[in-house]
Design a protein around this ligand. Structure first.
Ligand SMILES: [Zn+2]
Length: 236
């Protein structure tokens, strides 16, 4: 009896140790605007207990940060308003300060997005002790991205995204009190500009990792639930 008990105990502590030794997970979510990757990142974040780092959000919050240098802010804002991707140096600073804030799993939303960013990203993976990153590509047709985006709305207060709805409608989040607006970068012209920059950059990242066994391509033209299910098959 005692032997069985102690054997059980040692197995338990072995599991505990393995769990402790498990490295932080890094997941890269790639997809065009309106591919649904933001929604999928949130679903996954809850399931695996990860924090999401999104360049778009980082840039948007950097633009409202009061501590930011005026010239730098103008540079960020100018590129943002034109739909041009932010410069690597700017992105690197934003990314590393976010990685350093936590010690858990991280889902990167549309990052890395250029050759230099890949190099920097790989440095971060080593420096902050992550396991080999998984690349999840949510693939949709660019035309579908434009169609989807033109009907997308966002709450001006809590930032909840609505896939449809009229501008000015009340947000349905309890006690929010916000109203639906169209985000500045959601207009068709800027969208086309963003897509024309995004697809080659996605292809570049996919190409970099193509022989690594780390890339998972998901059909993003399915329902949110089905896409989540397909992603779930890879991770849990
Ligand atoms: Zn709201």
């Amino acid at each position: 009896m005692r032997t069985i008990k102690s054997k059980f105990k040692s197995q338990k502590s072995k599991v505990k140790m393995e769990k402790k030794m498990q490295k932080r997970q890094a997941i890269v979510m790639l997809g065009l605007p309106a591919s649904g990757k933001g929604t999928q990142a949130e679903i996954m974040a809850k399931k695996i207990g990860a924090r999401i780092i999104g360049i778009g959000d980082l840039v948007r919050s950097a633009m409202t940060a009061e501590s930011l240098d005026v010239e730098l802010l103008a540079e960020i804002k100018s590129d943002y308003d034109k739909g041009i991707p932010q410069k690597d140096k700017i992105v690197e600073n934003l990314i590393e300060s976010e990685i350093a804030k936590s010690s858990g799993n991280i889902i990167f939303d549309n990052y890395p997005f250029s050759s230099d960013q890949i190099n920097f990203f790989e440095t971060m993976i080593t420096k902050y002790d992550f396991s080999a990153p998984k690349i999840v590509y949510i693939k949709i047709d660019p035309e579908l991205a434009i169609t989807r985006i033109s009907s997308r709305r966002i709450c001006d207060k809590c930032k909840k995204i609505y896939l449809s709805g009229k501008i000015g409608d009340n947000c349905n989040v309890k006690n929010c009190g916000g109203h639906l607006i169209q985000r500045l970068d959601d207009t068709a012209g800027i969208m086309k500009e963003r897509i024309s920059h995004a697809q080659p950059r996605i292809d570049l990242v996919l190409n970099h990792y193509k022989n690594s066994g780390q890339v998972c391509e998901i059909n993003g033209e399915q329902t949110i639930e089905k896409v989540a299910e397909d992603i779930g098959k890879i991770f849990y």
